[in-house]
Design a protein. Structure first.
Length: 322
């Protein structure tokens, strides 16, 4: 569920259950530096459409769970309540649901069909680690001995995963959060960045506007600029080498259709034999008299179909070759 302004303000002074996995390097959507930026600079990640949909559908998924499993669910996400650990005040969470007649915490997710391969079968213990961290964090605060992750992928695909309380894992997570809070948040020392996009987000959070001044180039900055220029030159050279290697491979293929490789299956550079989805779509549109304006809209909305889909080295004709 989405949080109120009061809950968000209170959570800004602590580590929430959706943030702890980032401090452990297990969150695919957030880094430790993102969490630090939110605590120190108050930056907020703009919710995606998928995130908004997940928040909207949670109560519906809870009702669907009741219908399928015949288990009543209670909403416990009080609009003003944020659970806080009695010994570690920075450990905070806002759980939403529980079973009505049993002391089981429920965490509801709506990951969508494309994420289903990251989850195991219903009843297994295979699901993404950042969800596992979130549930253990909530159990440390609410003292539910059992929890269940409900993951809905659309249609009738609702999978449930039991999570037993693990005090050793809770202690480890709290230890990670405590070091982060003391060494980074309180001291206002940013943690190491994970990659270039992570550092870019930090720069935008730390320096959102120009102050209009110019700085003198230090020896360190000059050296970094030289490294950047060298990296750019290397990238251009690599791109040229790539083009040359591709041309030499085409020359060796000659008039043949492609190359059969023992481990890489088959490769070709020819258009023959490839599935031309754009051509198929246009032919179907012509056959069924679809208006040009509609096709243009489809091309804008579904670029993965209407742009060149195939990377060099792909093969879409015949069998894959194991």
């Amino acid at each position: 569920m989405s949080l109120t302004k009061e809950q968000l303000a209170f959570r800004s002074n602590g580590i929430g259950s959706s943030e702890i996995s980032a401090l452990c390097g297990l969150n695919p959507f957030m880094t430790a530096l993102d969490v630090w930026n939110s605590k120190v600079f108050g930056t907020k990640k703009e919710p995606t459409l998928a995130m908004e949909a997940g928040n909207i559908f949670e109560k519906s998924i809870a009702r669907f769970y009741t219908e399928v499993k015949d288990i009543q669910v209670s909403y416990i996400g009080d609009k003003t309540l944020v659970h806080t650990h009695p010994a570690f005040k920075f450990v905070r969470a806002t759980p939403d649901f529980k079973r009505e007649k049993e002391p089981w915490l429920l965490e509801i997710k709506n990951p969508g069909h494309r994420q289903s391969s990251r989850f195991g079968d219903d009843g297994s213990d295979i699901f993404p680690d950042h969800y596992r961290c979130q549930i253990h964090w909530q159990q440390a605060l609410t003292y539910f001995e059992n929890a269940e992750l409900l993951a809905y992928f659309g249609g009738d695909d609702l999978r449930c995963y039991h999570v037993k309380r693990d005090r050793e894992t809770e202690a480890a997570l709290i230890s990670v959060a405590e070091r982060f809070w003391k060494d980074h948040v309180l001291k206002k020392v940013p943690p190491a960045h994970a990659d270039a996009p992570d550092l870019e987000r930090h720069v935008k959070a730390r320096y959102p506007k120009s102050d209009g001044t110019m700085i003198e180039a230090s020896d360190e900055l000059v050296e970094l600029i030289h490294r950047y220029a060298s990296a750019c030159a290397s990238a251009r050279d690599i791109a040229k080498d790539k083009e040359l290697y591709e041309a030499e491979i085409k020359l060796l293929i000659g008039s043949s259709e492609g190359i059969q490789l023992p481990q890489w299956n088959k490769i070709t550079y020819r258009e023959e034999g490839r599935v031309n989805w754009k051509k198929i779509a246009l032919e179907l549109a012509h056959h069924y008299s679809v208006k040009d304006s509609f096709m243009k809209k489809m091309e804008e909305d579904h670029k993965t179909v209407f742009r060149k889909l195939y990377k060099s080295g792909s093969w879409f004709k015949g069998e894959s070759g194991g």
